[in-house]
Design a binder for this molecule. Structure first.
Ligand code: LLP
Length: 409
């Protein structure tokens, strides 16, 4: 696989196409009503299948739980369900959405640091597959609720290994300074809670070190620590068999390079395979992962219309109708998203622009000092790779018009 990916954005006769089928020009007119997120469903399916195949090589007992937080559009969730994925959720709202989209309770993992009483009660009532616990007080709360309801739910301990995976600090989650996961050193207290609460059943351990990981040496280090911890726990709780390696596999935003991403996928699963080799020999051992971004990032684009071209003695601004209210990533993480014209015009030269939205903040930008083909008022631009953490992080700040979201099949 390669540049012929169904997610590739390219020009055919100077018109922007997506994959081998989708001519994007019919959608451009919609962007003047309101910016539009387009989702490429065949592209998502292709990515899921690639990831499925990669994990199949690691173990016949490997399970993928798509992390819904990356994109919770119902049609996308139904596609994951139909493709055989499970689902990783972080709120009661996401549990409800998963069930509405056809997932059975036994396909749901519930992660997150702040689960409320009612969310835990709901998860127990639904008898979901597993709850990933992140702190001692959460474990105690779960024990109380399980005892009261006389129902138990498999518990997986999310470990914080204090490992740096070299990503943006706002999306690093495996360092001691982060709020996520349990310290391995808390095992005596954790053990005590399990020993004194028969309603709790310990099923395994999990990790999630951060998002947009491009280098896997931190992952390898964390897996070594987690494996030792798993073996230590197993001495007293021989029934544990689940190992959740989390999500976090990154994508390349700066250029379109699907072959490089496939290579990254291979390297990523090889790290898991190498580090957990001994555990994987046990046919009962279950390896789980919770990917979000890698599966959907390239399968979302945002079409936005240029409202004004504003030139000052200092700068040229393209003021477009999408902004930080629809795509928060540039403002929050200074992230890069490729911006493409819908049509190529040979006679046009490149210009440097700040591409900014309508929101009343200077953090409201989609790109800074970016060289783009010269653009004019009323033209539509395509912002690439917004399938993950795009519309899900949008708001109605300034009471801007809600985006349209359209799936193409
Ligand atoms: N599992 C857990 C427990 C998570 O917290 C996350 C993401 C995932 C799985 C999925 O990670 P992924 O494979 O997508 O990297 N808004 C940020 C990303 C936040 C990620 C939060 N947790 C962004 O736009 O880059």
């Amino acid at each position: 696989m390669s540049q012929t990916s169904l997610n590739s954005l390219h020009y055919v006769d100077d018109i922007l196409y997506w994959g081998n089928r989708f001519d994007l020009s019919p959608y451009a007119s919609k962007a003047s009503e309101a910016p539009v997120f387009l989702y490429n469903l065949p592209g998502i399916k292709e990515r899921y299948q690639q990831m499925r195949q990669a994990w199949d090589k690691v173990s016949p007992n490997s399970k993928i739980f798509y992390a819904m937080k990356a994109n919770s559009h119902p049609e996308i969730l139904k596609l994951f369900k139909a493709s055989g994925s499970g689902i990783d959720v972080v709120s009661a709202g996401e549990i409800r959405r998963a069930i509405e989209c056809g997932f059975s309770s036994k396909e749901i993992i519930f992660s997150g640091v702040g689960k409320s009483k009612s969310e835990i009660e709901f998860a127990i009532d639904q008898q979901i597959y597993q709850i990933n616990v992140e702190s001692l007080p959460e474990l105690q709360r779960l024990a109380q609720i399980s005892a009261k309801k006389k129902k138990s739910i498999p518990v997986v301990l999310r470990v914080n290994p204090n490992v740096d995976v070299k990503t943006h600090p706002y999306i690093a989650t495996g360092l001691s300074e982060n709020k996520f996961g349990l310290e391995i050193s808390a095992w005596p207290e954790i053990r005590e809670i399990f020993k004194s609460n028969s309603s709790l059943s310990l099923a395994g351990i999990s990790l999630h070190l951060g998002s947009q990981m491009m280098d896997f040496s931190g992952l390898a280090q964390a897996l070594r620590l987690a494996k030792d911890f798993f073996l230590q726990i197993k001495k007293e709780f021989p029934e544990i068999r689940r190992f959740d390696v989390g999500g976090g596999l990154g994508v390349i935003y700066e250029r379109q390079d699907f072959s490089a991403e496939e290579k990254m996928l291979k390297d990523y699963v090889s790290v898991a395979q190498d580090e957990l080799r001994d555990l994987l020999k046990d046919p009962k051992f279950e390896i789980q992962s919770e990917p979000g971004r890698w599966l959907v990032a390239h399968s979302g684009i945002l079409l936005t219309e240029v409202q004004y071209v504003k030139e000052t003695p200092y700068k040229k601004f393209l003021i477009v109708n999408a902004g930080m209210h629809l795509l928060l990533r540039p403002a929050l993480y200074q992230s890069y998203h490729h911006i493409l014209p819908m049509k190529l015009y040979e006679q046009r030269k490149n210009q440097r622009y700040d591409v900014v939205g309508p929101i009343c903040e200077s953090s409201d930008f989609l790109a800074k000092n970016r060289e783009l083909t010269e653009s004019f008022q009323d033209e539509v631009l395509c912002i690439a790779d917004v399938g993950a953490y795009g519309a899900v992080m949008s708001s109605d700040y300034n009471l801007q018009t809600k985006p349209q979201e359209i799936c193409i099949y």
